[in-house]
Write a protein that binds this ligand. Structure first.
Ligand code: ADP
Ligand code: MG
Length: 322
């Protein structure tokens, strides 16, 4: 494999648009704009846990950047800079080049300068740190939801989880659905424009990486609220498996992760504003329920009128992974 410095020179030095000093020195130099707060977040992708070791490198590069940039969207921040620390087994120049292309493509798509990182030999491991800016005091946190707020979700969550179940051989998707689901899984679209538009509108927000109900639990805990959801409102992915499983899209939406849609609460008085944002962005925003008094369960009203409850405690990666 080419040496570390050769890899950096060939693949990781892509130039910068709004950075005083990027790759090449001991550190990068950034300048935040006046009146802005710096927002920082890291996300690590580990082979075998977050992706298949034989995953297509360009898509993997895209996803490594995308899942990080998504965290900026979830704060209502503008993503500005990113660093990439990676451990590579003795892997080929072609793989690294394709990976770097995908990473750089996602950065460019969202106006993010790739300003540095670290490169070392080891079991394949990808860790990025993203830096964004938000007007002072305007970040949308997880703790601001209030009783009576509407609960909203962007897009059509569930495609990525269905793609994963297909790859695992648990379901068989028809060809058309397969393309949509695998693209959602491999090339998630961080909702940056939506996050920015929701600044001053949403009272609490996060990006759904572990499944809607599991992630909703974080908002409930930090906002000291409960939530109830209505099945008739859910924007189900228009997909059934070859075996015709009706509940599949519902399970994928409520329990599946990896779509990186934004889940947020907003006051009733902002309902029209949210719908206008949806129109402007050409992105479905769906009201799926309401924030309630604190409760230890999340209640979902099913189509037949019965109520299903799940724990509002969420779950832990180390406990839920089998
Ligand atoms: P040092 O030994 O001073 O830590 P390195 O040799 O690790 O420096 O890195 C040299 C330069 O290359 C630094 O500017 C660093 O940010 C950059 N760099 C290293 N790895 C990456 C990477 N994966 N992506 C982007 N820049 C990188
Ligand atoms: Mg270093």
């Amino acid at each position: 494999m080419p040496g570390e410095f050769e890899l950096i020179r060939r693949h990781f030095s892509r130039g910068v648009q709004h950075t005083d000093l990027g790759v090449g020195d001991d550190g990068a130099l950034l300048r935040t704009r006046p009146g802005m707060q710096l927002v920082v977040s890291s996300d690590m992708l580990v082979a075998g846990t977050h992706f298949f070791p034989d995953a297509e490198p360009e898509a993997l590069g895209w996803k490594t950047a995308a899942v990080n940039i998504s965290d900026m969207a979830a704060m209502a921040a503008e993503p500005r800079w990113i660093t990439l620390a990676l451990a590579l087994p003795a892997s080929d120049d072609k793989w690294v080049g394709a990976f770097a292309d995908g990473f750089a493509e996602c950065c460019a798509a969202f106006g993010v300068d790739w300003i540095g990182g670290d490169t070392t030999r080891g079991p394949l491991n990808l860790c990025a740190t993203v830096f964004g800016e938000v007007p002072h005091g305007q970040a949308v946190l997880r703790n601001g939801a209030r009783l009576g707020d509407d609960l909203w979700i962007s897009g059509t969550p569930g495609f990525a989880a269905l793609g994963l179940q297909h790859l695992l051989g648990n379901i068989v998707l028809a060809e058309e659905a397969r393309a949509v689901c695998l693209s959602a899984l491999h090339r998630p679209q961080p909702r940056v424009a939506l996050g920015l538009a929701l600044c001053g509108v949403a009272t609490a927000m996060l990006d759904v990486s572990d499944g809607l109900l599991g992630d909703l639990a974080h908002i409930l805990e930090q906002s000291d609220c409960g939530a109830s959801i209505e099945d008739v409102l859910l924007p189900l992915a228009p997909v059934t498996s070859a075996s015709g499983d009706e509940g599949l899209a519902r399970r994928a939406l409520l329990g599946g992760g990896d779509d990186y849609e934004l889940l947020f609460a907003a006051p009733l008085a902002q309902r029209q504003v949210v719908l206008d944002i949806s129109q402007q962005l050409g992105l479905p925003l769906t009201r799926i329920g309401v924030m309630t008094e604190k409760s230890n369960v999340i209640a979902t009203k099913k189509r037949d009128g019965s109520i299903e409850t799940v724990s509002a405690q969420g779950y832990d990666h180390f406990e839920s992974d089998s």
